[in-house]
Write a protein that binds this ligand. Structure first.
Ligand SMILES: O=C(O)CC1=CCC(=O)O1
Length: 263
């Protein structure tokens, strides 16, 4: 459905309320994706948990995006919590979604019960990477970054063994509006939580993929080391999007974090 957030922005969402005292989880996407990336993971989570997914501004069916910082995207997430009457949630953030989750945890810690930070970092990439990618898109459109992106998103085994799925996800990427992709890439370029991650004070699990060249395992280990009490798990043989490649493994890890939050 399309939710008009309390801050006035229209965001495409899918929401299932929690039953009883069960936890609510909010899922924040990676660059160039929409909320279908969580389908297989959510199918493996308990029926009574509350689940909120949304398309980041400029992605999927959500309009907007240009000129927004990561903190602006964090404000969108908090506005959605308000819209759906969610006092506190576990945020599961993937890649730029992990930056957005850090932004919310640092600035609105009272709204966050716990964090799953998958394939992200306190800082992602370099200005050269983001500016170069924007140039490539301006010159050749989204298709120009398609193949290289699939190599970052997925392990070799996935790319060679699951070609129909690979084509589906590549199609999702190249249908992302170029301006929105470049805008979110610029927001990633300008975000740096290295001096503030230590302020996060909720149970946190970091997830790394051994074949992830966008946010390699050492980036996740550094993130976990910066957040008091955080732990880091590396999944061998997966790339940047483990929720697609190995949803069973990610569901187990999310379950472990939720146990830490609710115990
Ligand atoms: O480089 C990629 O495509 C992966 C990525 C970096 C930030 C993000 O959200 O996705």
């Amino acid at each position: 459905m399309q939710a008009v957030s309390r801050n006035g922005r229209i965001l495409n969402t899918a929401f299932r309320p929690a039953r009883g005292a069960a936890p609510v989880l909010v899922f924040s996407n990676s660059l160039g994706t929409d909320f279908r990336i969580w389908d297989d993971l959510l199918a493996r989570l308990p029926d009574d948990w509350g689940l909120l997914r949304y398309d980041t501004a400029g992605h999927g069916l959500s309009p907007g995006g240009p000129g927004m910082s990561i903190d602006d995207h964090g404000d969108d997430l908090v506005a959605l919590l308000d819209t759906y009457g969610i006092e506190k949630a576990v945020i599961v953030g993937l890649s730029v979604g992990g930056l957005i989750a850090q932004s919310v945890a640092i600035r609105h810690g009272e709204r966050v019960a716990g964090l799953v930070l998958s394939n992200t970092g306190m800082k992602i990439g370099t200005p050269e990477i983001w500016n170069g990618r924007a140039e490539a898109i301006r010159a050749g459109g989204m298709n120009a970054i398609g193949d290289a992106t699939m190599e970052r998103w997925f392990s070799r085994a996935f790319r060679e063994g699951r070609p129909a799925e690979l084509l589906r996800w590549r199609t999702m990427l190249v249908h992302t509006p170029a301006d929105s992709y470049i805008a979110l890439g610029s927001a990633i370029r300008d975000a740096d939580y290295r001096d503030r991650a230590g302020r996060i004070s909720v149970p946190t699990l970091c997830i790394a993929g051994s074949e992830d060249s966008a946010t390699p395992p050492e980036t996740l280990r550094a993130l976990a080391a910066a957040i008091p009490g955080a732990t880091c798990e590396e999944i061998v043989g997966v790339g940047h999007l483990p929720c697609i490649e190995v949803p069973d493994r990610v569901a187990d890890m999310v379950g472990t974090l939720v146990e830490r939050v609710t115990e």
